[in-house]
Design a protein around this ligand. Structure first.
Ligand code: SF4
Length: 685
């Protein structure tokens, strides 16, 4: 088409030409306004959008779309009709967004076309297949349908009903009432949420005219058992004749099986083959084997079902290359090896580790708290004063300095990067203040004095060694304390199995250090302790003294004590009743109470000797190339619980060749008896 007239080609009659010319004129008239804007050089998104919008309204496009919707509806093409019903709204929505976001931006016609294309590509037309018989899936609160014949209500578990409507939020019910009195509208609180949920339940459950099925899961996706919601008990109370059908108890022929679910059943049958194979399963299996389409998949299932996992041992040359210095093996490393040799291989052999993330984690808090305490101890030493002699002001000053220096030193500027983290710093300061207070109280009542802080030995680090010189007896008592930020507590069975070796290994090292310092004295092990760095919250008490006692009780050292009388009396002078400082108590006659975590001197030394032997044993095994995935399992906990390699190690107890090493739990007496046998009777020191 030329600008002014329609060119006449051969075969075009005069009448046709006139008609075409007429159409051309109409077309040009219609788009004139639009073209005028589109041709402008300095147009904005708003200008173009407005012009297009005016064009659309002049052309009565909305009406025309609804006419087409109507036509489709009459023709019975309901899905099409629904599509046409949405188009106008979608396009206008898009225009609104253009103007809102880019209104004053200058734009070329080409760019505008691209923008429009991209917008329309993203637009979605939602159509629920409309027909007389249909299945609609929806949630309780948002689905609005009438004339339901059968309702399948799934997920009636107490995790979803009432769900977390009970989760408090910041405001209590009383706060909410106060706001209400002041005519301040709030979003629904837990109580209202619960009523709203009940209302929706009532609305939905009373809708079906013929059938209502309620179902719930017995186990969650991660294998935890689940309970039915209160709703089930309510319904059963109202209709006592109702029976519960257990899906698992229904035999295979009673289930609807599709090709997909059938394959799952085949796989389950292979997995649980030890429990016996039913005739139905055999039939299903044969059917799938015969089918050409699924034959290959069945073969894969068989391969997977009969897979046997083998974790080979490392060759001596490999071990030498991977672990060049087997004598410098940290306690943490030994503990990991005792937990799972494969996890140890992945960590220390292949050196796999989590990707470092720029955030402040609980572990960082622990590290900084550790460093701060160490710094404080050194600063206090420099003042040449015992902790209990430091004036309060100076003590607080030293604590603040220690924490700030530790944070700076930590090299993780993320700590200063947000208000939350600044709060963390003040929290660490509080923690250290509380710790220094408790540790000072512990020192006040004992004859021990700090003998060293954060002493390095081999590849380990002892947080604190305390010693007590007894000139009369010509001996030096030694105890070690490790600071912990987690909830770890001392467990003699874990020590027996090599899972918790830290404290006795540290004490053995400390005894050697002290023996070198006091070569002419008898060195006596006094105790191994964990001190939990925490700031406990205790109930309000009548007097400050009682509050103090409760806090000290919470911060009491955990561990094991050499129960010989001279040792206990040095650990806490004049102890009567239960100690607030160490894990022992005295009966009225002065003997140690049954709950005391103490062993006679001889047995205590056996524990230390056993730890030494275990250490050597683990070293030998590492050197021997042991790297199998055989994680321990003891009392419901296992090596895999917090293992970072869960997703890559391939350990799965359903696979042949994968099984836990089941470890037994022992009482203190049993564990010591076993250690005595394993060490060949007598202790060394
Ligand atoms: S997940 Fe379990 S088996 Fe796998 S490496 Fe960790 S502890 Fe070992």
């Amino acid at each position: 088409m030329a600008a002014g007239v329609v060119r006449q080609t051969a075969g075009t009659g005069e009448k046709e030409l006139q008609e075409l010319n007429h159409l051309r004129v109409r077309f040009v008239e219609k788009i004139q306004g639009l073209v005028f804007v589109l041709k402008q050089r300095r147009k904005t998104v708003r200008d173009v959008t407005l012009a297009v919008y005016e064009f659309i309204s002049e052309e009565r496009m909305q009406e025309r779309l609804s006419e087409m919707e109507q036509t489709f509806q009459e023709r019975g093409e309901l899905a099409r009709a629904k599509e046409y019903a949405q188009i106008y709204r979608i396009v206008l929505g898009l225009f609104d967004k253009f103007v809102e976001l880019l209104g004053d931006e200058r734009i070329s016609l080409k760019e505008y076309c691209e923008l429009l294309d991209a917008g329309l590509e993203e637009a979605k037309v939602g159509v629920i297949p409309p027909s007389l018989d249909q299945v609609v899936i929806g949630d309780v609160e948002r689905t609005r349908i009438r004339n339901i014949r059968a309702l399948f209500f799934v997920g009636a578990n107490d995790t979803l009903l009432p769900g977390n409507t009970g989760a408090g939020g910041l405001l209590s019910e009383r706060d909410r009432e106060q706001f209400l009195k002041g005519d301040i509208a709030l979003s629904p609180g837990p109580k209202e949420e619960a009523y709203i949920q009940k209302f929706y339940l009532y609305m939905n459950l009373t809708k079906p005219s013929e059938y209502l099925y309620l179902s719930w899961s017995k186990v969650s996706g991660d294998g935890k058992s689940l309970r039915p919601a209160y709703l089930i008990a309510d319904v059963r109370r109202i209709f006592p004749a109702l029976t519960v059908v257990d899906e698992e108890k229904r035999r295979m022929p009673e289930h609807e099986i599709t090709e997909k679910t059938g394959l799952i059943k085949v796989a389950e049958g292979i997995r649980d083959r030890q429990l016996g194979i039913s005739d139905e399963w055999k039939e299903l299996y044969t059917w799938f084997r015969r089918e050409r389409r699924s034959g290959e998949e069945v073969k894969q299932i068989l391969d997977a079902g009969f897979l046997t996992r083998k974790y080979p041992e490392l060759e001596p040359e490999q071990t030498e290359k991977l672990y060049p210095d087997p004598e410098r093996i940290s306690v943490t490393r030994m503990e990991q090896f005792a937990s799972c040799a494969y996890a140890h291989f992945l960590s220390y052999g292949l050196r796999l580790s989590d990707r470092e993330e720029y955030e402040f984690e609980a572990m960082d808090l622990g590290n900084i708290a550790h460093q701060s305490l160490e710094r404080f101890s050194r600063k206090a030493d420099r003042e040449k004063m015992r902790w209990e002699e430091l004036p309060e002001e100076l003590r607080d000053e030293l604590i603040d300095e220690s924490v700030e220096e530790s944070v700076l030193d930590y090299g993780n500027t993320v700590l200063f990067s947000s208000a939350r983290n600044e709060y963390m710093i003040s929290r660490i300061k509080r923690l250290i203040r509380r710790s220094v207070w408790a540790l000072t109280k512990q020192l006040e009542k004992s004859d021990f004095i700090p003998g060293g802080y954060e002493l390095k030995f081999g590849s380990g680090k002892i947080d604190r060694i305390d010693i007590c010189e007894d000139k009369e007896e010509n001996c030096v008592y030694v105890k070690v304390t490790d600071y912990k930020t987690g909830m770890k507590s001392f467990d003699i069975t874990a020590l027996y199995h090599g899972l918790q070796m830290q404290l006795p290994v540290y004490l053995n090292a400390a005894l050697d250090v002290e023996q070198r310092r006091f070569p002419d004295k008898k060195i006596v092990p006094a105790g191994i302790f964990y001190y939990r760095i925490q700031d406990p919250v205790v109930d309000r008490k009548d007097s400050d003294e009682d509050v103090e006692k409760s806090i000290l009780k919470e911060l009491r050292l955990d561990g094991l004590v050499n129960g010989d009388e001279q040792v206990v009396s040095h650990l806490e002078r004049g102890l009567t009743g239960n100690s607030l400082l160490i894990p022992v108590g005295r009966n009225k006659d002065g003997s140690l109470s049954k709950n005391s975590r103490a062993l006679p001197g001889e047995a205590f030394r056996t524990v230390l000797k056993y730890a030494k032997q275990k250490e050597q044993d683990i070293r030998d095994k590492i050197r021997g190339g042991k790297a199998e995935a055989a994680p321990y399992e003891m009392g419901g906990a296992s090596g895999c619980d917090y293992c970072p390699y869960k997703d890559i190690c391939g350990f799965d107890i359903r696979i042949d060749g994968c099984s836990y090493r089941r470890l037994e739990k022992y009482s203190m007496e049993e564990a010591v008896a076993k250690m005595t046998i394993d060490t060949g009777g007598e202790a060394d020191r």
